[in-house]
Design a protein around this ligand. Structure first.
Ligand code: TXA
Ligand code: MG
Length: 326
């Protein structure tokens, strides 16, 4: 654990400081409504390179670019009518659109793809920063490549703290899982590439079965959040079916339920994501609880799958990847 970087409160003075640092090309940790991001000037190749280095992320895995408004996004990507309608309805918010890029976006950001992933985030601190800057911010989740996404400033400080100057503290992220990514290149056949807080139904799209398949290491990952092994804590994870109990477990293992089990006396290694079983709350707490348990020395985390609806689909997607064998 390294805590070399500063966790900054979002005071006016600190925001001024971060604006200056970002203008100078720094990469900083900052809160979004989904998970914490590792942000840098998307139009400055040196900053973009730094993002990949800090995360230890392969250059084949393209970044999401964040804008202050649809108008700013239109300067850098080719919208179609369907994408524009979705943006108007869901931005600012947890929806990322994949669209053809314009020449202003470098191949480094997109891993050589002719498309780029874009969103206007809803978090007030992130929005405030974007409004003060005259460039968009590229920002992947602020975790070391392959590890669980951060939902607290402390997670960022603990894992990347020796490689960045600061992380702005925005408290716990509202959604707790990353944005929904939709490929809108063909407006007549939009595709969900990564399930997230906004469901396919809400977006008026089909839910595609996301395949757990290891992409090639030679070409840009087609839907790279889609690496089989991803979101993985150090403690091995196994999953059990929603509404059931693990078939057997040891004292050395932790058991993680969706809902607080109804029993008078619960074993010390029993945990739950929500008192009531509310899916939004389950998603909000998922990465937070996994990271908390990851440093407690359990031999294994046995985790209950969520109900496969709404944001539960995103929860199950992240859990399946976290549980994939190394
Ligand atoms: O909620 C979020 O989306 C967070 C916050 C910080 O905004 N960001 C995030 O970024 O989750 P990251 O880098 O961890 O995941 C972005 C995903 C990657 O899997 C990437 O491969 C995919 O978006 N992606 C980026 N550009 C793409 C493109 N042109 N086509 C398809 N997928 C793309
Ligand atoms: Mg990520």
């Amino acid at each position: 654990m390294s805590h070399a970087c500063k966790i900054l409160q979002a005071s006016a003075e600190n925001i001024d400081l971060c604006v200056d640092l970002l203008r100078d090309g720094a990469v900083l940790g900052m809160p979004t409504e989904t998970v914490y991001g590792l942000a840098g000037n998307a139009l400055n190749e040196e900053s973009v390179r730094k993002i990949f280095e800090v995360k230890g992320r392969p250059l084949l895995d393209p970044l999401i670019v964040h804008f202050s408004s649809i108008e700013q996004a239109e300067e850098h990507v080719e919208f179609n009518e369907r994408a524009r309608a979705l943006a108007a309805q869901f931005w600012p918010g947890a929806l990322t659109l994949v669209l053809p890029k314009k020449d202003t976006i470098s191949d480094l950001v997109t891993a050589g793809l002719p498309s780029v992933a874009v969103r206007v985030p809803g978090h007030p601190i992130f929005r405030n920063l974007l409004e003060r800057l005259d460039f968009p911010l590229a920002a992947p989740s602020a975790n070391p490549f392959g590890y669980v996404s951060p939902t607290l400033a402390e997670h960022v400080a603990a894992t990347l703290g020796d490689r960045i100057l600061a992380v702005i503290d925005g408290g716990a992220c509202e959604h707790g899982v990353e944005s929904t990514i939709a490929d809108l290149r063909n407006p007549n056949a939009p595709m969900i590439l990564r399930p997230g807080p906004l469901s396919a139904e809400q977006l008026g799209m089909q839910n595609v079965e996301v395949e757990l398949k290891q992409p090639s290491n030679k070409s840009a990952h087609p839907a790279p959040g889609m690496l089989t092994l991803h979101y993985s804590p150090n403690t091995p994870i196994t999953l059990f079916r929603h509404g059931e109990r693990p078939s057997c477990f040891q004292k050395s293992e932790a058991v993680l339920y969706n809902t607080k089990p109804a029993a008078n006396k619960l074993a010390e290694n029993t945990f739950w994501l929500s008192e009531s079983g509310d899916l939004t709350e389950i998603a909000h707490n998922l990465f937070m609880l996994i990271q908390k348990l990851d440093v407690r020395g359990y031999t294994q985390l046995q985790v209950e799958r969520a109900e496969d609806v709404d944001i539960g689909i995103a929860v199950n997607d992240r859990l399946s990847r976290a549980a994939a064998k190394r």
